[in-house]
Design a protein. Structure first.
Length: 427
């Protein structure tokens, strides 16, 4: 049997307890147990690892070695892992060790459907059962789940949510729901998260569209893809159709020499204008890090005519993000107020990465010492020593636009932000 006091085994067991869903930790512990002569203990860990990751080749190879009595891997005959092995029998022997699903190979996928003839190529992007080929979500998020960002929530209420929820007042004041909403700001600040929360707030379907969902190498295919996505949103109405990186899909036509991109933008404009269709119940949201690169025609009334600046999280939001990412980690003596102050200017993604880096420092220290310990402020101090806000380059570019190219007051909110943060370097 393995020595229970072995520092390596102790550290690996601590790692498994801290992250029980990480199959890699269980495989590493099983290998150490095998090397120490504890084949039975290794089988238990490998059974659980294969439940979590049925396709793990290292776990399968170690299981073969463990079931053969701990024979080193190099002495096992060089056969395919599944060849000649009685998996059902092994599963029956281990039925009380780990819960299903077991490591019996998954059933073979059904044969592919025949390719439709060219005459059927113009059908909508649906599978044979009529379900949309593009993923349609039903987000459970609401704006209450978005920490901080009170200014963004107010703008969304005024421009989008309040008129929708009060149809009688909307008709009284002649408020139109035509047009879309453009979220812009530095990367990693939660624009996609806010868009999903808007869909959840409306109780609407959510379709997220990226560059790869639209752009195609064949002439006319990009325009067709855009048309089909809008058709899908109309069928799923009420639906939030969210375009990420809209500056890439709707870039300034004057800056591109590619005729295909120009016709794609033209199709985008036609769909937003509801040419030949009705966009009632389709709420179009876009997100971009570079609104100044979006074609001006896309920002005219009736299209992406309303903009919301999504800035790095404020103190309240950073505190919520820190609590979220530390909720399942072993911590002690962490000064949350100090971390909130020292992460001013960090994006939400930066704050999440800080927590990940501090956990990595504590984990490596535990591996080296053989003793698991709690995460503390020294780990965050070390992580902060190498951390820099990723928003700096974006603010450097945005400052020039807000101060010298603010045509028609399109970036007044950004200019106001710089005015109120004159003494803050890099923001």
């Amino acid at each position: 049997m393995a020595d229970p006091e072995s520092p390596l085994l102790h550290a690996l067991r601590q790692a498994v307890r801290s992250a029980p869903e990480q199959a890699e930790f269980r495989v590493a512990l099983a290998e150490a147990l095998l090397n120490a002569g504890d084949a039975d203990g290794a089988i238990v860990e490998l059974g659980e690892a294969l439940r979590l990751a049925p396709d793990s080749v290292p776990a399968r190879q170690l299981m073969l070695r463990a079931l053969s009595g701990g024979t080193p891997a190099e002495s096992v005959p060089a056969e395919k892992p599944d060849a000649g092995f009685d998996w059902p029998t092994a599963e029956a022997e281990l039925r009380d060790v780990a819960p299903p699903p077991r490591f019996t190979p998954a059933p073979a996928p059904p044969p592919a459907a025949p390719v439709p003839p060219p005459a059927a190529a113009d059908d909508a992007r649906e599978d044979p059962r009529g379900a949309p080929a593009h993923e349609v979500e039903r987000p459970a998020l609401t704006l209450a789940d978005v920490g901080g960002l009170s200014d963004v929530k107010d703008r969304l209420q005024a421009a989008f949510l309040a008129p929708l929820r009060n149809p009688e007042l909307r008709r009284l004041y002649g408020k139109s729901l035509r047009g879309g909403l453009l979220l812009y700001g530095p990367p990693g600040c939660g624009k996609t998260f806010v868009a999903r929360a808007v869909a959840g707030e409306l109780g609407a379907s959510f379709v997220s569209v990226g560059i790869a969902d639209v752009l195609d190498m064949w002439i006319g295919s990009s325009e067709r893809n855009l048309s089909e996505l809008f058709q899908l949103a109309r069928r799923q109405a009420p639906c939030v159709l969210f375009f990420d990186e809209v500056d890439a899909l709707g870039q300034r036509r004057s800056q591109t020499r590619n005729s295909t991109m120009r016709t794609t933008v033209n199709q985008f404009l036609a769909e937003l204008d509801s040419v030949g269709s009705d966009n009632e119940g389709v709420f179009v949201l876009g997100a971009t890090n570079a609104p100044w690169d979006v074609d001006p025609a896309l920002r005219r009334p009736g299209r992406f005519d309303r903009t919301v600046l999504v800035l790095p999280p404020d103190a309240e939001a950073r505190a919520e993000i820190l609590r979220y990412h530390l909720r399942d980690r072993p911590i002690a003596g962490v000064d949350l107020a100090s971390l909130v102050e020292r992460t001013d200017g960090f994006s939400g993604a930066d704050v999440a990465h800080l927590c990940e880096s501090a956990a990595e420092i504590a984990l490596m220290d535990a591996v080296r010492s053989g003793e698991a310990r709690l995460m503390g402020m020294p780990d965050f101090d070390a992580a902060l020593a190498d951390a820099r806000p990723s928003t700096g380059p974006w603010f450097d570019a945005a400052r020039s636009v807000a101060l010298f190219a603010n045509e028609g007051g399109a970036y007044d909110d950004l200019a106001a932000y710089f005015k109120s943060h004159k003494g803050t370097k890099g923001r």
